[in-house]
Design a binder for this molecule. Structure first.
Ligand code: PEP
Length: 249
C-alpha cells in the first residue's frame, strides 16, 4: 500500500500572516509524524512565506495550478519552474473549480501535468463527476474520459510520479461527503484504468486521494477502504486543528 498523503487546498483564502500562522501550527503539530505525507497548497501570494516557514520540515508545499508554458507573454499565469523556484514540490492540476469556472479541458489538464513533471513537480490530478452525471449513471464514463484525456500517453515512470484525486463535484464544499463505498467504487475503477495504462506494480503504487467535504469525523471510514490512499482537503484544511486531526488520525 502506498503511504497515505493528506493535501490541504487553501484555495483563494488567507493573507500572508494567516498563512504563516497556519503553516507554523501544522509544522508544530506534525513534528515527529512519520506515517503519513502532508502537503499544503496556499495561494500564490503566500507561497514564498509558507515555504520559508516549512523549510526543513516534512510538510511539502504545492501550487494550486500552473500554466504549461515555462515563460512568455501569458499575463497572469505562473509556470512550473516558477513554483519549483519557490520551493514547491507539488501542484494541483485540473481541480473542478478550474474546470468549471475557468473552462479547463482534459487536454489542458494533460498539458499542465506534463509541464509540472518537466519542472520536477508532482502533480495531483483531480477528476470527478458532477451531480447530474452521477444521477445519469455516467460517473465512470466521465472519470474514465478525464483520466484518459490527461494521463494517456504517459510512460510508467511518469505515471508513478503523480497522484490522482477523485473529487466528486457534488461533494466539494457542500458538506455532502461520498460514502466510503461510493468512494471505493470509483477509486477501484481509477486503479483499473491506471492498470490499463501501465502495469500492476505501477497501478498499485499511484496514490489515489479522495476529496470532497472531508472532515475529522468522516476521514477514517474513507481511509479504511483499500483503494483510498489519502485525502485532498479544502475547507477543513484552513484550521490547523481539523487538518491535524485528519492527517494524524
Ligand atoms: C477541494 O477543494 O479540493 C475540496 C475537497 O474542498 P472541500 O474539502 O471543502 O470539499
Amino acid at each position: 500500500m502506498p503511504r497515505p498523503l493528506f493535501a490541504g487546498n487553501w484555495k483563494l483564502n488567507l493573507l500572508r500572516a494567516g498563512a504563516v500562522d497556519l503553516a507554523g501550527a501544522l509544522r508544530k503539530g506534525l513534528e515527529g509524524e512519520k506515517n503519513v505525507d502532508v502537503v499544503v497548497c496556499p495561494p500564490y501570494t503566500a507561497l514564498a512565506a509558507v515555504t520559508e516557514v516549512l523549510k526543513g520540515s516534512a510538510i511539502g508545499v504545492g501550487g494550486q495550478d500552473l500554466y504549461w508554458q515555462d515563460s512568455g507573454a501569458f499575463t497572469g499565469e505562473v509556470s512550473g519552474p516558477m513554483l519549483a523556484d519557490l520551493g514547491c514540490r507539488w501542484v494541483i492540476v485540473g481541480h473542478s473549480e478550474r474546470r468549471s469556472y475557468f473552462g479547463e479541458t482534459d487536454e489542458a489538464v494533460g498539458k499542465k501535468l506534463r509541464a509540472a513533471q518537466k519542472a520536477g513537480l508532482e502533480p495531483i490530478v483531480c477528476v470527478g463527476e458532477r451531480l447530474d452525471e452521477r444521477e445519469r449513471g455516467v460517473t465512470k464514463e466521465v472519470v474514465g474520459r478525464q483520466l484518459d484525456g490527461a494521463l494517456g500517453g504517459l510512460t510508467k515512470d511518469e505515471l508513478r510520479k503523480l497522484t490522482v484525486a477523485y473529487e466528486p463535484v457534488w461533494a466539494i464544499g457542500t458538506g455532502k461527503v461520498a460514502t466510503p463505498e461510493q468512494a471505493q467504487e470509483v477509486h477501484a475503477f481509477i486503479r483499473e484504468r491506471l492498470l490499463k495504462l501501465s502495469d500492476a506494480a505501477t497501478a498499485r503504487e499511484v496514490r489515489v486521494l479522495y476529496g470532497g467535504s472531508v472532515t475529522p469525523e468522516n476521514v477514517r471510514g474513507l481511509m479504511e477502504k483499500p483503494d483510498v490512499n489519502g485525502a485532498l482537503v479544502g475547507g477543513a484544511s484552513l484550521k490547523a486543528d481539523s487538518f491535524l486531526k485528519i492527517a494524524r488520525g
